[in-house]
Design a binder for this molecule. Sequence first.
Ligand SMILES: N[C@@H](CCC(=O)NCCCC(=O)O)C(=O)O
Length: 255
Amino acid sequence: MALKKPVIGVIACERIVEGEPAQAVKHRYLEAVEQHAQAVPMVIPTNQDQDNAAAIVERLDALLLTGSGSNIEPRRYGSDSPAMAPTDPGRDTFGAALIHAAITAGKPVFGICRGLQEINVALGGTLRDMRAQRGADLHHAPDGANLEDTFAHGHDIEVAPGSVLQRFASATALKVNSVHFQTIDRLGEGLVANATGPSGVIEAISALKTPAPVFAVQWHPEWQPEGRPHDLAFWKYLGEVARANYLPAPGSETT
Ligand SMILES: N[C@@H](CCC(=O)NCCCC(=O)O)C(=O)O
């Protein structure tokens, strides 16, 4: 009989549905959790009181912060630069509360694209917008690109020797998709780079001293990962870490 599946909290984004604010997660994030991490996805709405974060995290085996077209407000990392639309202040606020609550509770935290940026900012790091510099086009398809072309856009990355990424992906270099304009400027407290891309952009991070693993990537392992071993390995790692977190008693009932 199979072991019980871990429950992975997946943060939502604010979207306008039929003219009203709503909370949404793109299917590809939820399906990757179920099909590739062998876990149960649980959507977490962000339009709620920050004080709920601890109660939510208590019921999770791991937290996943998804990608999103919205940008983190620069004021969140002490910058007086104007916010780049679109923004999602509710997600900025509740995402940070979830990250801190999960780390405090010893729960694993994983991030994808915006999620990597949120983890960096939550741990005191900063971001910068690449659109003002040469090479930004390497990290995002041109405006107007369709969905397939957007995710076909990508670049090579160099994997840091001995890093978490190198261990689970068993590679020193990878080709990844790229759908972002923001990037890490200063790393947050206790975070280390696991990979770098063109122009020295940090493409993956992990935490050194948190009770449970914290790991995030700037690319999109949820986008059609079949046939890309390193992206399937991301989900396998997430599932393993989440399962290890709830540690069913030896010989306990399984379903
Ligand atoms: N807006 C930020 C984060 C980029 C990001 O998460 N892109 C993913 C968009 C597609 C999706 O919703 O999955 C930036 O530009 O850096």
